[in-house]
Design a protein around this ligand. Structure first.
Ligand SMILES: *Cc1c(COP(=O)(O)O)cnc(C)c1O
Length: 482
């Protein structure tokens, strides 16, 4: 997707696809949005999709498919064992990653279950650039622990660093020296770090990590769920990749790894997942778990239609026009917000746009769930559903005290090829209005707080009548406009 300069001087991202199947959207009036927010306990996970205009909750399983993907779904070979559909997926993964041994799963966390059961032992350690929620849960469930060794620049909210997802290689060496290589279950690199703004990992950093793994006989595992965005950033930002095709960059990455796994809800714009393994013995150890948890070895819990769509989607990931769409729209949105002085994570990454709520709502205490409050306020003023990533997503300490998160973020995901530029402009405009009126936004308090995963099911209420005041100001400024 190119950025094209208009005659007017404005530079605008230009879609390299046309829309041929559409879903009707609904933008309810603001009073109805306030009612829906109240009904959902001010928790965007509990909103009904019919009340949502732009669903920016996640990029998982909601990316647009191409005509070629949909066509492939019509010719799937439905059989329990030995399906030709699965053979096509296996051949595509071998072709792209150069790894022979493939295991299919129903989604990304299912790969993590298998990896953790086979590789993690009680007391073992898994060093990684940054954790993902389900990854960490599976490692901990199997008695291991996670050591995050993200590079120093990775956690700076605003920056111009191109590769904030890089691992601190010296810290990896220190971990090996301190605990011994035999304590290290595996080393994990996550492409396009999900929880810290979709920031990419450089090829140079991966090569350094590989060298450490070689010195100490460690297994290197690559979580490729967000690899499409990462590939685009490598092509754009790393000199060594400028003259390589996306396919060549893919192979350079794969050649550094022992195991690659991914969620096909993101990579390949379908639903499902897979583990690709270089070593046959390793494959043998993992294989037995697939029929137990997923399904037979030639479908792994996926429908054959999804497998066909995934095979085509993986090939389409080699097209720079296709993988650049998400990052370029996100860059447009981040830069436009930044230009208006609205606090966002910079530089723009993959996955979505992240609002820095500590600065956006600096008058709302973290203990009143400022990021949750902003997600609720944004839904009320725009019909846009984002996701809270802050204190609300943490778990209470056993003594009942509240651990405050390092960052309070509202994540606005941009599912790939789903939104148009005018919708993105609408989002920018309503966030801008909310920022100008941020003093009106107050905090939230729990009215129902589940003990586990409270961010999924918890219900909250505003600490004052701030939501009614926000609605009144919106109506004063916009009149009857939605
Ligand atoms: C989404 C995701 C997963 C988990 O995948 P699911 O398909 O949701 O189970 C794992 N790792 C990363 C980096 C992800 O983004």
């Amino acid at each position: 997707m190119p950025n094209v300069r208009f005659f007017s001087g404005e530079t605008v991202p230009l879609e390299m696809h046309k829309v041929r199947v559409v879903q009707k959207l609904n933008l309810p009036p603001i009073e109805a949005r306030l009612a829906a927010a109240t009904e959902a306990g001010n928790n965007t996970f509990l909103l009904q999709n019919k009340d949502v205009f732009m669903d920016m909750l996640t990029d998982s399983g909601v990316n647009a498919m191409s005509d070629q993907q949909v066509a492939a779904m019509m010719v799937a070979d439905d059989s329990y064992a030995g399906s030709a559909t699965y053979t096509r997926l296996e051949a595509k993964l071998r072709d792209l990653f150069g790894m022979h041994w493939i295991l299919p799963t129903h989604q990304g966390r299912a790969c993590e279950n298998i990896l953790a059961q086979v590789l993690v032992t009680p007391g073992s350690i898994v060093p990684m650039n940054y954790h993902f929620t389900t990854t960490k849960a599976h490692i901990v469930l199997n008695g291991g622990s996670v050591e995050e060794i993200i590079c120093e620049k990775g956690l700076q909210v605003t920056s111009s660093e191109p590769f904030k997802g890089d691992m601190d290689v010296a810290a990896l060496e220190r971990l090996v020296a301190e605990h011994g290589a035999e304590k290290i279950a595996f080393v994990r690199i996550e492409a396009g770090t999900n929880l810290i703004g979709g920031q990419p990992v450089s090829l140079a950093n991966m090569a350094e990590v590989r060298a450490v793994c070689d010195r100490h006989g460690l297994t290197l595992v690559y979580d490729a769920s967000l690899m499409a965005d990462n590939l685009y950033f490598l092509k754009q930002r790393e000199d060594a990749c400028k003259d390589l095709s996306i396919r060549e960059i893919t192979r350079r990455i794969a050649d550094l790894c022992d195991i690659i796994y991914f969620s096909a809800r993101k990579l390949g714009c379908a639903r499902g997942g897979a583990i690709c393994i270089r070593d046959e013995q390793m494959y043998q150890k993992m294989r037995g778990l697939v029929p137990l948890y997923e399904g037979f070895l030639t479908y792994g819990g996926m429908s054959v239609r999804e497998i066909e769509a995934l095979t085509v989607g993986l090939e389409e990931t080699m097209d720079e026009d296709m993988i650049s769409q998400g990052p370029i729209f996100i860059e447009y949105m981040v830069n436009e917000l930044d230009r208006r002085g609205i606090p966002v994570i910079t530089p723009a990454g993959g996955l979505g746009c992240h609002i820095d709520v500590m600065r956006f709502l600096d008058h709302v205490p973290q203990a009143q769930y400022s990021a949750g409050a902003l997600a609720s306020a944004l839904y009320i003023v725009s019909g846009i559903r984002g996701m809270e990533r802050g204190t609300l997503s943490e778990q209470r300490n056993p003594d009942g005290t509240e651990p405050l998160a390092n960052m309070e973020l509202v994540r606005l995901a941009l599912p790939r090829r789903v939104f148009t530029l005018s919708q993105v402009k609408y989002a920018i405009d309503r966030i801008d209005w909310l920022y100008q009126n941020r003093a009106l936004v107050g905090g939230l308090k729990f009215v129902e707080e589940p003990e586990i995963l409270r961010f999924f099911y918890g219900r909250l209420a505003p600490v004052s009548d701030w939501q009614e005041k926000l609605v009144a100001k919106f109506k004063a400024d916009f009149g009857d406009s939605l």
